[in-house]
Design a protein around this ligand. Sequence first.
Ligand code: GDP
Length: 444
Amino acid sequence: MFDSLTEKFDSVFKKLRGHGRLSEENIRDALREVRLVLLEADVNYKVVKDFVASVTARAVGQDVLKSLTPAQQVIKVVRDELGLLMGEGEDNSLDLAARPPVSIMLCGLQGAGKTTTCGKLALKLRKEKRNPLLVPADVYRPAAIEQLKTVGRQIGIPVYDTQPGQDPVAICEAARHFADLNGYDTLILDTAGRLHIDQELMGELSRIKASLDPREILFVADAMTGQDAVTVAKAFDELLNITGVVLTKLDGDARGGAALSIRAVTGKPVKLVGMGEKLDALETFHPDRMAQRILGMGDVLSLIEKAESAIDRDQAADMEQRLRKEGFNLETFRDQLQAVKKMGSMESILKLIPGAGKALKKAGDMQLPDKELKKIEAIINSMTRRERRDHRILNGSRRLRIAAGSGTTVQDVNQLLKRFTEAQKMMKKMQKLGPKGLKSLMGR
Ligand code: GDP
């Protein structure tokens, strides 16, 4: 996410830290560069101007220059202002407190990620103990109705039965009636999108709004489209008075323009962000954490949350028991790897650790951790159960078979076994030592 933006900020700040003594001119130079970095990231011109003005007001002055760590102070001001720019301190939670069924209307251009986001949102709300109903209100493209049905099936959430050609307002009203009778407390309306804004579409969205009075009207914006997303958001907001924005495709290589400008231009908060095509890849937007990430400072809070949601307690307890019973063998090792993988790609996890993003970049052509993990999994999966539980029986011909079965080489298999036996020895040592011994090992 925003890799090139992060890299450029990093080089501006490196220069700033490199000065023996900072002068006011040094700071002004750095802020001029910050201005360019933001413009290159496709941030709205006026937003950049106001941003740099606020940072300058706080960062250029005796207070900063006299402090012990002036460069650090400037960076802190930039971080704080980035957070404010994206809405830090404002309430950006979904407001669904009304007599059910409440409606959430998703709108935006075709391809922005509306249908996918409807599914993601339904899944998220169900986790929060709500009972959502998906409503396909895009009657022009039969494929759109089918797509929502497919999404609904994948996550086991009902989709209101709609036929192409029906009136979208009538569909939404009937769906509300149906929800009322059948105990669904939240309607998620997947409205039609077009390639461009047109009067007919806008008229239809206004009629849906007037009839359903949605508690939330979320504009779905494709972060990859930068400034365009912001312009379109503004038009939708003028017509519909949206309540918030969902930024999608932040997992891609968006430059950052949409994320950094959309709140300032529309005055509406980003409430959620799409971080992947999978239906569980929807996250609450935290402006402060995003600012940290953009500046390459990691995001440990999100990392902890990810770990907590990916690894459930029962599974962890189960794993502990198996380790006790079976010991650390290739099978338990593989299952542990799979549990970690549920948190997302290794690269995305590592990036949440302060400083690790940069280290990853430096590693450059090192085998990507995810690829390496896939290979390890493929090798272990090509073994028989007996082999997984006791790797000592793996002779030459077995290794050959496993390499062929997993599309790897015998060297790969050997390397994995070597690493695994080392890890196993280490585990045994640690178990023998017990907690007391461990402490003495670490010199405490
Ligand atoms: P709609 O036309 O607005 O309903 O858009 P869709 O929901 O059909 O999404 C368009 C494409 O974007 C699909 O291929 C989705 O898988 C993809 N997409 C949606 N959200 C995300 C996201 O957060 N990250 C990524 N990488 N792809 C996404």
